[in-house]
Design a binder for this molecule. Sequence first.
Ligand code: SAM
Length: 283
Amino acid sequence: MNLWYTEDHSPHVRFSFRVEEHLYTATSEFQKIDVFQSTEFGRILTLDGYVMVTEKDEFIYHDMIVHVPLATSPAIEKVLVIGAGDGGTVRELTRYPNIKQIDMVEIDRQVVEVCQKFLPKTAAQLTDPRVNLYFEDGLKFVRQQENAYDLIIVDSTDPFGPGEGLFTKEFYGNCYKALNDEGILVNQHESPFYAEDARGMQRAHKSIMGFFPISKVYQAHIPTYPSGHWLFGFASKKYHPIEDLQADIWNELGLKTNYYNTKLHAGSFALPNYVKELLIHAE
Ligand code: SAM
């Protein structure tokens, strides 16, 4: 069998996986959901034709979106997660005994159900007693929150379709309001490499900077995302991600991670010159 899944990474670049089986396809109220069994990357979840997670490289994304804020502020107890229907972000958060409450707001219940069935490695901890699942629009949910969370993680789709609102000024302003005085906001920040993704990244950076006194960008190498070079945003009312890094405290927790470590934490904020320039232009 010669079956391939192909995604457009730019109008002129495509990325393909060899597929052994198309395990699931459906169109929910919000998006087209597919699950493939691939030869190299294991199971793959795509939404509207874009890769969200693969079994082989999801650890990189989830390590970086969770452990960077938790190593900066190990006292975090109350977390809001927006999107993240595959469950990988919640899985990493539940490894911290200190965390008392995780509210996860995912617009599409069907994504969660599909991941619980086909991607148990990422979705398994969604049943942890500390996790409250809300199936609603994250944009609307944060409007009603004030001074309520230590950490907000925005683990969203790209800035079009249902995820569009999660890249707006209104949303980031409401995240600021929903956080307490020590609060941290971490978001998936798109890629700097291809022009369209880079514009999304610049828009997000500009909007977040307008609200938070500390607003930094860090990077990771994620093979299945466009260009493989992916960014995350770290914004805070109080904590600087390098100056306040609690490396000893985090290392004493003894969490085994395949990508994250506290040296890489500091290094991930050292950006290539072209990315620094894109950020300066956005500012
Ligand atoms: N790691 C992924 C990436 O960067 O491609 C994101 C994974 S996660 C599956 C993204 C989730 O965000 C999807 O399940 C989608 O349904 C959800 N989502 C999109 N827009 C949303 C919104 N407005 N409110 C809440 N969840 C939303």
